[in-house]
Design a protein around this ligand. Sequence first.
Ligand SMILES: C[S@@+](CC[C@H](N)C(=O)[O-])C[C@H]1O[C@@H](n2cnc3c(N)ncnc32)[C@H](O)[C@@H]1O
Length: 307
Amino acid sequence: MHRVCSHSKHMTPGAITYRNPNSGATTVAGEPTGLGEIAGACGFDPGKPNPARIYDYLLGGKDHFAADRRAAQRLVSALPDAARAARANRVFLTAAVRYVARRGISQYVDIGAGLPTSPNVHESARSVVPAARVAYVDNDPVVVTHARALLATDDFVIVVKGDTREYEAILAGPELNALIDLSEPVCVLFVSMLHFLTADEADAVVAAFRERMAPGSYLVISAGHDKNQQVREQVQTAYGDAAVLTGRPAAEIAAYFDGFDLVPPGLVPVTEWPLEEPDVGPRPRIWPGSPAPMAASMLAGIGRKRG
Ligand SMILES: C[S@@+](CC[C@H](N)C(=O)[O-])C[C@H]1O[C@@H](n2cnc3c(N)ncnc32)[C@H](O)[C@@H]1O
């Protein structure tokens, strides 16, 4: 049985239509009711939590199901700063892209792009470099459907469906290569996604991109750092079998930047990243009433390739 999952630019943001071409039935999901129909149409199980939708819930978005909300609440029980870290992560991502764009970089590859959250990478980059080209990559079919509708608004923003673990296919793919020229400086982002891979997988994918990036390119990374055994188990339980969660020591996260110079302030808790220029301080509070610095579950850094 062949079914499609589509999204209209003219609908309320966040709403998706799910059409079953056999029955002709259409379901509109912003706050979905026909979960069985949606699951069948898009090939996912809304009863299972999903990393992109859990993150969307933590950010205050509206593209999530009850299972995602329950998982997010379990995550917050294990990591009380999870929601604040998610928001700080978006601040870091935006600041990093603008920082890199101010250094003249006009092409971006955002790996594990997530559900569209404004300002997105192309909006941040184009606020500085209007002709910036952006390739978003994600393996989640719902993310890809949303992103193609909301982000790929011109020929210079594309959304590639790909699993990072199959990095050779992504790197060799015609879609990426039609837009991104890796022989020229590029910015590659792995923001809040490497902890969804095993350590070996994460090392391999980052190394593959790192080796192909031209001198003067930028690598932007935020990634979960290791916790005690009990917290680790609680976090993994929150996600269930939807994802592997890998926290890593700071030295292993720093090793992602092998051959790159870290820009100030270096590899720091994501909640401590300066809002704009890293060398301009003091750092304002990200949101009212929150003590800073706080215990952060992710470390963040920007590196520039030597040579
Ligand atoms: C927490 S979200 C991060 C979104 C965005 N990068 C940000 O920081 O705001 C993680 C994203 O990584 C994606 N992801 C997880 N594993 C992946 C894989 N193996 N290949 C591609 N994308 C993956 C998920 O689908 C999800 O959209």
